[in-house]
Design a protein around this ligand. Sequence first.
Ligand SMILES: [Cu+2]
Length: 352
Amino acid sequence: MREVILIVTLLMLLSCGGTEAADFLENPSHHAHGGNGTRLLFNPAFGEDIYHTHSAGKWMVNYKDLHTNQKGLGAGSSSVAVEQVIPMNSPYGYMMTPTEMSMDMHMLMIMYGVNDRFTLMGMGTYQDNRMDMLMDMGMGMGQKVMSMRTSGIGDTELRGIYNVGGGIAASLGLTIPTGDIDQEFQTMGMKFRAPYDMQLGSGSFDLKPVLAYSALTDDGLWNWGGQVSYTWHTNENNNGYRLGDTFKATSWVQRALGPVAGWTRLAFNHTGPIKGRDGEIEKLLDTTMGAPTPDAVADNYGGRRLDGFVGVSYNQGPFSVGVEGGLPLYQYVNGLQLKNDWYINAGIQLTL
Ligand SMILES: [Cu+2]
């Protein structure tokens, strides 16, 4: 609730300075051919899409790779040493633990302006997850480094975006569960279903309402704004669980310098714990037949985080490319989890 109040306040403050920009957003076709303003409003590389509309008959295609690196374990806002987590007679008492993880989400997005107020969007994703783990072999046989990898098609999103006016866009997305949630891995000659964080999708139909505000100065040199979104996993998936719902808020400032633009961005994320259990994943927690690991426990998911980013983009004609790097500024994890360490998001975009 505190987050909602903070963001509403932020949006109100921003809207005080946004009257010239509102006129621009009402008449985007005046700036349709790659002027500064267009580039700033259609950022190619933000780690989350800022929902905007296009004028009637205009297309946009964007490809992005969102890379997240996680390293080291945390509980709440503190760090936890590996010696606290394995072996079985340590304080947390697991046999295996993740030590580092990288996630790449490749996103291909297409937008089309149905009319000057309403834009349709479709997005396909491809997910690539790699995890390094440490396993205690028991009976004083030492520890073994292992790795796990899952990759494939992720979830698919369909979305409508409506230009409310005054620089505000309202949007609703529906995610279709095309990502596999039965990914497996092998250890000690046995096959297990991979933990929740290594699966490729949510397995559920998700609704994602968004409210975005974007402002541009008359000279087209400065752009700023904010966006709030909510992800609601509407149903329990076929494997008996539902990922935690997510509230996200982001706010940014951009400055154009010729064909280049630079920006800084803050992003807040609050994700709830997983509801329900995947019985196949829980077989890992069997102390005789499995390999107990913290990420097989549904309670060890979700938390809240504030991330900071800086980025740069370059625009030529209908093309723009960009990259941003980020670090978590604050994070609180539920239970025991890997902590986020750094981010790199890169994108290339074509506006027609
Ligand atoms: Cu677009």
